[in-house]
Ligand binder design. Structure first.
Ligand code: DAH
Length: 345
């Protein structure tokens, strides 16, 4: 009887497997615990006739050792397998990490800001939600100026009686000029990048928000010649040293005289092509001498100080540099588009 049971367990030992710590523990409990199968054999041993005790005792001890050894062996196997599974293979090629790219508008903004920084312009910023005073009134826009019209400006809060209490989304970064003049005395030399909003239908050529960079320089004796020289430097830094500029008379409420600046077409070099409508020139910014009324509105004595200002659209410059056909690409965040602006290593 006992002999058969011992043989049966021996056969089971040969088949024993365990692929986890849980399975091993189950084996240990089944065979080696106090109520396990080996303990049961020792109970049966009490009934063995005295003359067989010696031999049976030996066999019992053997089977106990056999089971214990087998379970220990399985435990070791399990541990080495777990170790191997956790091992780091340092020769394995790394998974490539996808690199993000800077947004093209950020690339161009930085490039423009850097050019002016080399000339001593410092960065200034202002809020996108502005009041009428900083966006229009202080910049010499008449109360009935069409730019204030609902067509162009997003009104956040409107007060019919008092135009200066109207809250708007700024429609240009010229508002930062006013904020800076409010808080700083001349000399002032700032460059102000930022987002602006206009109530326009969204198409390939217009969007309800876009980005501008405003420049302002105020000091004693600043002249139109200074403005022209700085803009020439800027255009040549941005588009190449062969670039020429031309200033055409224009009108802005906050500058007098005002001008629009063209640069030689970057595609044909000024010879004339379909891109520049065969003129050889493309327009890139508005500028002028700060109107004395604007200086006075911010408490700067226009008999002592003069200054120039200019403003340009970052999307426009980016389009000219990278020939992006559809303005909406800039705000759709399609990574296939953004991936084209991989930094050069
Ligand atoms: N604020 C003008 C606009 O949004 C751009 C501009 C033109 C800014 C002439 C200036 C300037 O500072 O002098 O169209």
């Amino acid at each position: 009887m006992l002999q058969e049971k011992i043989e049966a367990i021996k056969a089971q030992v040969a088949e024993m497997t365990a692929d986890s710590a849980e399975a091993l523990e189950a084996l240990r409990i089944r065979y080696l615990s106090k109520k396990g199968e080996i303990a049961a054999l020792f109970n049966d041993f009490k009934l063995v006739p005295p003359e067989q005790k010696r031999e049976m005792g030996q066999r019992l001890n053997e089977i106990k050792t056999l089971v214990t050894d087998r379970i220990n062996q399985l435990r070791e196997q399990c541990q080495t397998e777990a170790k191997q599974a956790n091992r780091v293979d340092i020769t394995r090629p790394a998974v490539p990490q996808a690199l993000g790219t800077r947004h093209p508008l950020s690339v161009v903004r930085k490039e423009i800001v850097d050019i002016f920084a080399r000339l001593g312009f410092t960065l200034a910023e202002g809020p996108e939600v502005e009041d009428d005073w900083h966006v229009f009134s202080a910049l010499n826009f008449a109360a009935d100026h069409p730019a204030r019209d609902m067509q162009d400006t997003f009104f956040v809060e409107q007060n019919e009686q008092d135009v200066t209490r109207n809250i708007v989304l700024r429609s240009h970064t010229s508002s930062v000029q006013v904020r800076t003049m409010d808080h700083h005395k001349p000399p002032i030399r700032i460059i102000c990048p930022g987002r602006v909003y206009r109530n326009e239908a969204i198409t390939a050529r217009a969007h309800c928000f876009f980005h501008q960079i405003e420049g302002l320089y105020i000091d004693k004796g600043v002249t139109f010649a200074d403005l022209r020289q700085v803009l020439l430097y800027f255009a040549q830094q941005l588009f190449g040293s062969d670039t020429k500029i031309r200033l055409r008379p224009s009108y802005f409420p906050f500058t007098e005289p005002s001008a629009e600046m063209d640069v030689t077409c970057m595609l044909c070099g000024g010879k004339g092509c379909s891109f520049c409508k065969h003129t050889g020139w493309v327009e890139i910014l508005g500028c002028g001498m700060v109107d004395p009324a604007v200086l006075e509105a911010s408490g700067i004595d226009s008999t002592v100080y003069s200054g120039y200002a200019f403003g340009l659209g970052i999307e426009r410059i980016t389009n000219l540099k990278y020939m992006v056909k559809d303005l909406r690409m800039f705000s759709e965040n399609d990574v296939r588009f953004l991936d084209e602006f991989q930094p050069v290593h």
